[in-house]
Design a protein around this ligand. Structure first.
Ligand SMILES: Cc1cc2nc3c(=O)[nH]c(=O)nc-3n(C[C@H](O)[C@H](O)[C@H](O)COP(=O)(O)O)c2cc1C
Length: 318
């Protein structure tokens, strides 16, 4: 086992803003240089990716993942027992957290010019193995820097009340596109839907004004006058592989939001509590399964959330 510290890579010459950048075409673009792969370079790249993943958000800061390095492959494992089972009975929130870590690792590798093969196929013989990243080759091109990777150390959970003007349509579009690129969907709630949700959270009673909008899903909440935008992260099926994808989408949305000056707060209780979950299901047209409610607003400068620190990444070598 080895303890690693995150060091941002200076070499960020490949855009990592979409899946095409995560898995570029096998044929290198004109002007690109293919570098022969050395064992040391591979190990270094994979360790750096795992370190970057250590900055990912996770439910209750549980960081429920573990990386295993074998040759040119980094495998992601769900670390069971890192959270109270009563909080996350089916492991959905833990797997979403692992998906966020996976996305962080992917974009770190893509930004450093690595072409990857991803495997998210569940292995019935090893159900805690969620995914693997296999390095193929390194291609350095003179492309744009990687804004998502640059946002990794800046991203944080912003629990301060949302004030000021709402986020712009362009900001919302960028976040929605980031989610779609990860094969997950985002449904932006209309103001009356937000009020319906607050009502569902309060057991049908009208939501009293003046409550803090962070409490939606767990207690009566008034959203009258709030400048927050609420959106549901959802998908069409509700299996562990979908939750992993949802975590990748959450990470992509959050890093995009950070780069765009937008704060993001996931509100998991809204999808955990039956009444609000059912209300959300109706709002997304009963076509899918909600994974998380997201609160978006103009970013202020919130205090850093208390995280398990320092953030070591543990890598098993085989
Ligand atoms: C799946 C998931 C669900 C979360 N749910 C909540 C939530 O309901 N309320 C909240 O305040 N934070 C929530 N968070 C944020 C975590 O608490 C946060 O990521 C963690 O404490 C680490 O802090 P950081 O994001 O500032 O690095 C959630 C994060 C994830 C990944």
């Amino acid at each position: 086992m080895q303890v690693m510290q995150f060091k941002p890579r200076p070499d960020r010459r490949q855009d990592a803003t979409g899946p095409a950048n995560v898995k570029p075409p096998a044929t290198a673009s004109p002007g690109a240089t293919i570098h022969p792969i050395g064992v040391q370079a591979i190990a270094h790249a994979l360790r750096t990716a795992a370190d970057t993943a250590g900055f990912a958000p996770s439910i209750l800061d549980s960081q429920p993942w573990r990386w295993r390095l074998t040759g040119n492959t980094l495998a992601l494992y769900l670390e069971r027992g890192s959270m109270d089972d009563d909080v996350d009975v089916d492991g959905r929130l833990a797997i979403i957290s692992c998906g966020a870590a996976l996305h962080h690792a992917r974009i770190a590798l893509a930004a450093a010019g690595w072409r990857l093969t991803m495997n998210r196929r569940p292995d019935p013989a090893d159900p805690d193995r969620l995914a693997s990243l296999r390095l193929e080759e390194r291609t350095l091109t003179e492309q744009a820097p990687a804004p998502l990777v640059d946002s990794v150390p800046l991203r944080r959970t912003d629990r301060t009340p949302v004030t000021g003007t709402p986020i712009t349509a362009a900001q919302l579009k960028a976040i929605t596109s980031a989610v779609r690129a990860e094969e997950t969907s985002l449904h932006v709630l209309y103001p009356d839907e937000v009020l319906d949700l607050a009502r569902a959270a309060s057991g049908g009673a009208p939501a009293p004004s003046g409550s803090d909008d962070r409490t939606i899903g767990t207690a009566p909440a008034s959203l009258v006058g709030s400048s927050a935008t609420f959106a549901v992260l959802y998908g069409h099926t509700d299996e562990p592989e979908d939750w992993l994808r949802a975590g990748e989408a959450l990470s992509a949305a959050w890093l995009t939001a950070t780069a765009a000056g937008v704060s993001l707060l996931p509100l998991s209780a809204a999808v955990e509590v039956v009444a609000t979950r059912q209300a959300i299901q109706v709002m997304i047209g009963c076509v899918g399964y909600p994974y998380l409610l997201l609160r978006l607003g103009r970013a202020t400068t919130p205090p850093s959330s208390p995280r398990r620190a320092p953030m070591p990444q543990v890598i098993d070598r085989r």
